[in-house]
Ligand binder design. Sequence first.
Ligand SMILES: Cc1ncc(C[n+]2csc(CCOP(=O)(O)OP(=O)(O)O)c2C)c(N)n1
Length: 377
Amino acid sequence: MEKILDRVNSTEDLKRLTMAEKKQLAEEIRELIINTVSQNGGHLASNLGVVELTMAVHSVFNAPKDKIIWDVGHQSYVHKILTGRKDQMPTLRQFGGMAGFPKAQESEYDVFDTGHSSTSISVALGMAMARDLNKSDEHVIAIIGDGALTGGMALEALNHAGASKTNLVVILNDNEMSISKNVGGISLFLSKARTKKFYKKSNEYIKKAIEKLPKGSNKIIKFVRRIKYSIKQLLIPNMLFEDIGFKYLGPIDGHNLAELENILRISRDLEGPILIHVVTKKGKGYKPAEDNPDKFHSASNFDIETGESKKKKEKDYSKAFGDKLIEIAEKNPKVVAVTAAMKDGTGLTEFAKRFPDRIFDVGIAEQHALRLCGRTC
Ligand SMILES: Cc1ncc(C[n+]2csc(CCOP(=O)(O)OP(=O)(O)O)c2C)c(N)n1
């Protein structure tokens, strides 16, 4: 059977597809990513989770004129496939091949080289403010994960952007996961917001009701708007994003392409900073990654049938560090571990099992983690 992907060499080709073709394309993209990462290793689960989201962004916006900034950048494989680089996939993360992160030197669609988490909103805001000064009209879109949102820099940028009034779209890709399960107060807030499915519906109803009111009924409109805000407060306790100056849209199903495109089109026509809350499943479409998103966050080459890693387990630096820390902690009950969302990557998984009360995951917050230790580190 002819593959849709064979016909898609640019975002213009994507835009021409019907919704049914796009749905098939999503599956073909997943297959390509799974095949490639099973051989070359890479960030599997994060990419499988953003297939529809990336397709929707490229269907609605016009990159490279519109600027798309991926936070952390490990989830940019779909973006690379859709922006003329699908044939380079076999070289992904190989010496001299295609990078596993956005790279401005590689493509005009990659507007910022990432890797360090929590930078996208700052970068996007800077681009949006420059656009305003230059009096040009491109859209600027930052796509940030719920893990990256726990980083101080992202919160500093939200603080600035909310008050700026500039046109900017922040898409929050909420999959409840950092590398491990996401942590912290923001994560608690998001899980409350996530369950308020009917907020969006109610918002639509109220909008329709306002539209139906006779012209000149200003007082009534004002009253209804006030009620609308109260309903929002009621449905999404503590409307954090709205209160700091963003228009909040969502939560929406990040695997429903039609709904995603629809909400992105709405955001394109709204003024000011917008936050779209998109709920996705990390590892979507590949059972081993859905079941173990942390293991498949960054995977070495693996067997597609079983999901088992093909790489021999060797004692590496992180494992040596973790083992030594356990040895020290066994002798000294005052020793604790602090990690900035990197329990597995820094060899602390075993430590966490042995001393669950003596490990603290602070989220992607390295500065904070250091000062948590006061003067001792
Ligand atoms: C400053 C910083 N600390 C730690 C990391 C390691 N790191 C890479 S991805 C990631 C989790 C990101 O989670 P999220 O933003 O939700 O993206 P997801 O992979 O879940 O889509 C972490 C902690 C990093 N890239 N930068």
